[in-house]
Design a protein around this ligand. Structure first.
Ligand code: CP
Length: 320
């Protein structure tokens, strides 16, 4: 049974294959010629404990376009919200579904379901990692940096510098740290000292046998200097609303604005996983600038996630 819970669940070779499939799917969809049946006759659950626009819709559409039936499961409407255990839920859902996409708070939920269930599990965001987003972000950059040559997608990422500003202990920062080391991409993180990368992700790299390719600074301009792409995420992630005032005050110096983008390489891109809080982590000017590729990024969630599901369906999916 294969799962996609963290960036390193697929080898670099598998990642190249996923990107090539995503590029094919994207092209065929735009030409109206796509005919894929990887999930024919299957029902995939989309279990969401947190709010979502992009992830939820792109997975629903993606499962449908692969010939399967998406089953939307709002955790608030399940017996989970009345105390049924994750373990029993995993065992029960395994009897109905062929796969489960989960967005949750604690990453341990994904680990528990993948251990106890008998179906493939895909991480649609946890407090720890957001691997579908990071694969999409690398794919979106590779489309540009390779000049459209799919065979050069991964090679075009190697040696690039990405700057990540703001909450560098959040799930997106962790995914950049893990995904960057997996692919050989330099990740320069800048944020307040008390929001620096945590021990858990450092240990993850060590356990995975990966050479760290990240560094942390409290100077946003130093991180952005010479970067090929500048990235940020909201300063107050879902579930951390009580810390909002404190976070806003501490992270203000790390806003991505025109000065930060000027420090990056000429032609550098700006990316954000969205939704954006305009005037907080990023200015309207940067969001609307030619450097911003946020909507291509959002679109590519669909193509990359379809390729991830297709890969799972042909490399280790077992029927319930
Ligand atoms: N980027 C992202 O995960 O968006 P949603 O929260 O809207 O799914």
């Amino acid at each position: 049974m294969r799962h996609f819970i963290k960036e390193t669940d697929f080898t670099v070779g598998e990642m190249a294959a996923v990107f090539a499939t995503a590029a094919d799917m994207k092209r065929e969809r735009s030409q109206g010629t796509e005919k894929r049946a990887h999930l024919e006759g299957q029902s995939w659950g989309l279990l969401f404990f947190k709010k979502s626009t992009r992830t939820r819709v792109s997975f629903q559409v993606g499962v449908h376009e692969l010939g399967g039936q998406p089953v939307m499961l709002n955790a608030e409407e399940l017996q989970l919200s009345r105390g049924e255990t994750t373990a029993d839920t995993a065992r029960v859902l395994s009897r109905y579904l062929h796969g489960l996409v989960i967005r949750c708070y604690a990453h341990s939920v994904l680990e528990e379901v993948s251990r106890l269930g008998t179906l493939p599990v895909v991480n649609a965001l946890s407090d720890y990692l957001h691997p579908c987003q990071i694969y999409t972000d690398f794919f979106t950059l590779a489309e540009r940096w390779s000049g459209g040559d799919v065979k050069r997608y991964l090679e075009s990422l190697k040696g690039r510098k990405i700057a990540f500003l703001g909450d560098t202990a959040c799930n997106m920062a962790n995914s950049f740290i893990l995904g960057g080391a997996h692919l050989g991409v330099e990740i320069a993180l800048a944020g307040p000292a008390n929001y620096a990368p945590q021990a858990e992700i450092r240990e993850e790299l060590s356990r995975s046998g990966l050479v760290p390719s990240w560094r942390f600074t409290q100077d946003p301009i130093e991180a952005a200097r010479g970067a090929d792409m500048v990235y940020t995420d909201v300063w107050t992630s879902m579930g951390m609303e009580a810390e909002r005032a404190e976070r806003l005050s501490q992270m203000q110096p790390y806003q991505v604005n025109a000065a930060v983008m000027r420090a990056a390489k000429v032609g550098a891109y700006f990316m954000h996983c969205l939704p954006a809080h305009v005037g907080e982590e990023v200015t309207q000017e940067v969001l609307d600038s030619p450097a911003s590729i946020i909507f291509d990024q959002a679109e590519n969630r669909l193509h990359v996630q379809k390729a991830i599901l297709a890969h799972l369906s042909t490399h280790g999916l077992t029927q319930t």
